[in-house]
Design a protein. Structure first.
Ligand code: MLT
Length: 412
């Protein structure tokens, strides 16, 4: 008799963004004449920039000729891309990362999910609350949690680090020590950041406790303020305690093309039950070689072009465009008298739902009255209740129209 992985049965019925998509599709079916504006899932709308396209076209031509055809590439990614990453994302910030510490992949979501393969199921996991659902769900699937508690909205065995307006969205160091700590900054969903000295406290804490920090910096390209670290490796000693996830999705519009990378420093160690030190870089390499066959050559050539002078100029224009949307959202919320956070170093604006409404009620209100879709804060965790996320990844016209509609709707 085939047995299922019963950890899956502990999970909420569906992934947050699928639940939203289903609700929206149902509403649209019942109201076919309504023009719905989607500012829910953080998916980009600007097309791929010309320099990236040009290099991808060239790569297409190359694989069409027998002299330049390419089959399987290296599981870790082509050297040309890893060199560009090391040079541009790290050396320029004074950080030394070796080529064999960089692993190119088809997405930070997959990497964040797959990384749990390296860790024993008896590790204690800490997540910020609210949180990007992938960190929690993949730990439920792999058996690092107990059951879901309907009353608290929490899973047994998980250490929740509340991030709310009350603590200025800065998670406190937990008293109960976790082994695996997930941090995402600029934060999804709140759009808030950690200053260098705040992140340094986490690095020190992880070092003292032999914990690991799984640092997701998928949104670093949107940072506009000084003193906000783009990489956790800007903090001294972080290479001994942190894995970093990066993505071309939001930075260069690759949500559909798929390319990202993960840095696993060679200094980073895990331990056996007997206390023997094990290189996590070696384990990840072993895992990738077994389960992954690399990202397509065409995609990696496109990603390489992101780092060229023209590529940088072009993607920065897109980032500016999205951050202008963020400004439009912030100004619209100011006019509507709604309190919000984020939207300065991040494409996400995290608003406080007015009149003590619940997140999902506010979702329904905006969907039905304004025909605007956002993401209910509670979908990211219990501390997200009473909050709501809007993304700046829409197009200009829709963003402006959405804010007009939201303002009208909120004049109760
Ligand atoms: C989001 O809306 O939070 C993003 O789409 C997350 C992701 O990149 O998977």
């Amino acid at each position: 008799m085939i047995k299922v992985n019963e950890n899956f049965l502990k999970m909420q019925d569906s992934y947050l963004f699928s639940t939203i998509a289903k609700k929206v599709a149902k509403y649209q079916k019942e109201n076919p004449d309504k023009k719905i504006i989607k500012l829910g899932i953080g998916d980009v709308t600007r097309p791929i920039v010309p320099k990236v396209l040009e290099q991808m076209h060239e790569a297409v031509d190359e694989v069409g000729k027998s002299e330049t055809f390419r089959g399987y590439g290296p599981e870790q990614g082509y050297e040309f891309l890893r060199e560009a990453i090391v040079k541009n994302d790290y050396e320029k910030r004074g950080i030394k990362i070796d080529l064999d510490e960089v692993f190119v992949s088809d997405g930070a979501k997959c990497d964040c999910g797959n990384i749990v393969d390296l860790f024993g199921t008896n590790n204690k996991v800490a997540i910020t609350d609210p949180v990007y659902p992938v960190y929690l769900d993949t730990n439920i699937m792999s058996g690092r949690t107990g059951k879901y508690d309907e009353k608290t909205g929490k899973y047994e065995g998980i250490i929740y680090l509340p991030c709310t307006a009350e603590n200025n969205f800065v998670p406190e160091l937990p008293k109960k020590v976790p082994d695996m700590i997930y941090l995402c900054f600029p934060n999804n969903p709140t759009g808030t950041v950690l200053k260098k000295e705040e992140l340094a406290k986490w690095v020190k804490y992880a070092k003292e406790n032999k914990s690991i920090i799984l640092f997701d910096s998928a949104y670093e390209a949107f940072i506009s303020e000084e003193d906000v670290p783009h990489s956790i490796y800007e903090i001294e000693g972080a290479k001994e305690v942190a894995i970093e996830f990066r993505s071309f999705s939001k930075t260069a519009g690759f949500t559909g093309i798929r390319c990202a990378y993960t840095v696993v420093p060679k200094e980073l160690k895990g331990y056996t039950e007997n206390g023997e030190e094990i290189s996590l870089n070696k384990l990840w390499n072993r895992r990738q070689c077994t389960k992954f066959n690399g990202v397509s050559y065409i995609t990696q050539k496109g990603a390489e072009a992101v780092y060229s002078e023209e590529g940088q100029k072009e993607i920065k224009e897109n980032i500016k465009y999205y951050m202008e949307n963020a400004k439009i959202i912030r100004e619209g919320l100011d006019e509507a008298g709604i309190k919000y956070y984020g939207g300065i170093n991040s494409p996400y604006v995290w608003l406080k739902v007015p009149n003590n409404m619940k997140s999902w009620d506010f979702f329904d209100l905006l969907l039905e009255k304004a025909n605007v879709v956002g993401t209910p804060g509670v979908g990211f965790g219990p501390s997200g209740e009473g909050y709501f996320r809007l993304t700046a990844f829409g197009n200009r016209e829709n963003t402006e129209e959405a804010m007009r509609r939201i303002k009208n709707t909120l004049q109760f």
